[in-house]
Each structure stands twice: as structure tokens, then as C-alpha cells.
Design a protein around this ligand. Structure first.
Ligand SMILES: [Zn+2]
Ligand SMILES: [Zn+2]
Length: 77
């Protein structure tokens, strides 16, 4: 039996980790807060920092590195 890569340490804490994207948080409200998470925070693409990047709306969508309106998949479409 080989013992390959049984333990791989990953940087950062994955405890209580929530995805940052809009889709994963659109029905989420922080405990004790009145308004939904996505209403109280500006969701930006972590890669390019644009709010209209489709990647900021859904982590499954590719980063376009663009803040242009009307991008497919973007909530600002
Ligand atoms: Zn997500
Ligand atoms: Zn992006």
C-alpha cells in the first residue's frame, strides 16, 4: 500500500468558509443582519475586481477581466 499525499496542507482556513460569489450567497443572510448578504456587500470578482465580471456572479463562470455591461452570466446583464 502506498502512502502518497495523504496529508496535503492547504493555506488558509477552510473552516466556516463561504463562497464569495453572488450565486452562492443570494439567499444568505448573516445571522443578526436584516438584509441579505448580497445587498449589504459589493460582490466583486476576486481575480479582476470588477463587479460586472461574470465570475463575481457565479464562481463557475470564467473571469473576463472586464467591467463591461451585458456580459453573459453576469447579474448586471
Ligand atoms: Zn460560489
Ligand atoms: Zn473577473
Amino acid at each position: 500500500m502506498t502512502n502518497k499525499e495523504t496529508k496535503k496542507s492547504v493555506a488558509g482556513s477552510h473552516k466556516n468558509y463561504r463562497c464569495w460569489c453572488y450565486r452562492c450567497n443570494e439567499n444568505y443572510t448573516v445571522l443578526g443582519e436584516t438584509f441579505p448578504y448580497v445587498m449589504t456587500r459589493m460582490i466583486l470578482c476576486p481575480t479582476c475586481g470588477n463587479k460586472r465580471c461574470p465570475h463575481s456572479t457565479d464562481h463557475n463562470l470564467a473571469c473576463t477581466n472586464s467591467n463591461a455591461p451585458g456580459q453573459p452570466g453576469s447579474r448586471y446583464e
